[in-house]
Design a protein around this ligand. Structure first.
Ligand SMILES: Cc1ncc(COP(=O)(O)OP(=O)(O)O)c(N)n1
Ligand SMILES: Cc1ncsc1CCOP(=O)(O)O
Length: 177
């Protein structure tokens, strides 16, 4: 769950911790019904209390080893990275289970975030720790992202802004198979 920059956040302000927990409790039921994972953005305390499967950290959040002290060893911990140093630090960090590299293209979902582009994807291509390309990716761009070496991708608008989100997700999945 990521509320940052959402229409709901713009209209009602950022979620209070209690509101976020209540929403996560509802989402737990939905993700379980679909055999999916429940991922919490930024907040280790909320991930622990929500029984999340995944905690995703940005560069300005708790460091992975600090977050681990809160969520323990059973939660999957991931990190956003935006340059080679950050990516190699995530690769070397035993507290990190996966990492993301991007934005691959500038994206309105992350206003003001400079895009390292596909160069960063190429930098980490072949690394054995699981990693995802992120930022500005849609089905049309997926072949380029794959050619750069990515086998996994994170998208926001390509699904949330699609006329048919289920079809868009299926097309993306097929493009990564
Ligand atoms: C899988 C995945 N990737 C990235 C995010 C993070 O979004 P955000 O908090 O806006 O960005 P960073 O601060 O981490 O750069 C996520 N939740 N999940
Ligand atoms: C959270 C985040 N971090 C780098 S780009 C991004 C957002 C990606 O959104 P979109 O898929 O809509 O470009």
């Amino acid at each position: 769950m990521r509320d940052k920059g959402s229409p709901g956040e713009r209209e009602f302000g950022a979620l209070e911790a209690g509101e976020e927990l209540a929403m996560l409790a509802e989402m737990r039921g939905v993700v379980d019904a679909h055999g999916a994972l429940l991922s919490v953005n930024d907040r280790a305390d909320i991930a622990l209390l929500a029984g999340a499967d995944v905690l995703h950290l940005g560069q300005g959040d708790l460091r992975p080893e600090q977050a681990r002290r809160i969520v323990g060893d059973d939660v999957i911990v991931g990190v956003s990275t935006h340059d080679p140093d950050q990516a190699h630090a995530a690769i070397a960090d035993d507290a990190v289970d996966y990492f993301c590299v991007g934005p691959c293209w500038p994206t309105p979902t992350k206003p003001g975030r400079a895009a390292p582009g596909l160069g960063l994807v190429r930098e980490v291509a072949g690394v054995s720790k699981p990693w995802f390309a992120i930022g500005g990716i849609d089905s049309a761009r997926l072949p380029e992202v794959r050619d750069a070496g990515a086998r996994r991708a994170v998208v926001v608008r390509a699904i949330t802004a699609a006329d048919d989100p289920a079809a868009a997700a299926a097309q993306l999945r097929a493009g990564l198979a």
